[in-house]
Design a binder for this molecule. Structure first.
Ligand code: GLN
Length: 298
């Protein structure tokens, strides 16, 4: 088959399977299978594709038509312009989460050196992006990436090495200024920080069945609701906010992603635990998504 025929075939197959982004996904998979950038593909569209490329592409289409996420097929996802490795152990980074990181950056923009903790780090996309953006602004960050999942931490570590220390060849060498910690929320944390960033599992357990098949069937349940009895979606905010004071420096900050209907409940938890300057902010779709606050207690 010719390249353009493969593309049309893929688009139709995916659209028939109910995937609205069928055309985009088919094109990405053809780029991925052929290892050719789009500009090159456009020039050879009318040529026959080699059999190896066509069959690899069809294998990927088959996976995608069963609603397997595009990013898991490719093994990476872009976040804030950086390419993060992903697999089934971690959530596919979302554009809304980029906005959360943007707020965390604003909260610390003139601070020369910051100690930051990314709780429930998954792929590490939030913490590592925070680190990289500050680095490019000439600011220093001591970053800890924490998660309960060893598999997720493996991915986060690879991302830290690839993105933050691409020259690092020696596997025993510590990644400069980035610590990876296995921890059930604060269970293994024993330092204090200037900012805690987190996108914890916040889907209500009862809502899991109503999610898109890509999410429901393939993304890690541990990252969605985190515990089968997360009935109101607030379990992790409760745990984090109740204990955060012990892990924050004076005027320590918190920056959370939240579910669109969780703003008021999270605000209340923060008020009850001596946080001030509480802001609930909307994402680009106009839905509550970001909460920031400053610790003002003992
Ligand atoms: N911090 C990661 C992300 O935003 C993982 C979040 C999670 O596992 N709940 O993608």
């Amino acid at each position: 088959m010719k390249y353009y025929e493969l593309l049309n075939y893929g688009k139709e197959l995916l659209e028939r399977g109910g995937i609205e982004t069928g055309e985009y996904d088919a094109r990405e998979l053809l780029i991925f299978a052929s290892k050719k950038p789009l500009e090159e593909l456009l020039m050879i569209y009318r040529e026959d594709a080699p059999e190896e490329i066509a069959s690899l592409y069809k294998k990927y289409l088959d996976q995608r038509s069963r609603r397997y996420p595009l990013q898991y097929i490719m093994g990476y996802s872009y976040f804030y312009g950086y390419r993060f490795l992903v697999d089934e152990a971690v959530l596919v980074p979302r554009p809304e989460t980029e906005e959360v990181v943007h707020e965390a950056l604003k909260m610390t923009e003139n601070v020369e050196s910051v100690k930051a903790l990314d709780l429930c780090t998954g792929s590490g996309c939030m913490g590592i992006t925070f680190y990289l953006e500050r680095k490019s602004a000439g600011l220093k960050t001591h970053l800890t990436l924490a998660d309960i999942s060893k598999d997720a931490l493996g991915i986060a570590e690879n991302n830290a090495i690839n993105l933050a220390c691409p020259d690092m060849k020696d596997p025993d060498k510590k990644i400069e200024d980035i610590l990876i910690k296995e921890s059930d929320i604060f269970s293994n944390i024993d330092e204090t920080y200037d900012i805690i960033i987190s996108n914890p599992p916040y889907i209500k357990s009862g809502d899991i069945n109503g999610l898109m098949p890509e999410v429901r069937e393939y993304e890690p349940r541990l990252a969605l609701d985190g515990t089968p009895d997360n009935s109101d979606g607030l379990t992790f905010y409760r745990k984090i906010i109740n204990e955060a004071g012990r892990f924050l420096n004076e005027n320590g900050k918190i920056c959370f992603e939240i579910g669109h209907d969780e703003g008021e409940a999270v605000r209340r938890l923060l008020v009850d635990n001596s946080f001030t300057d509480i802001k609930v902010m909307k994402d680009i779709n106009g839905r509550d998504r970001i909460v920031t606050a400053v610790f003002n207690g003992e």
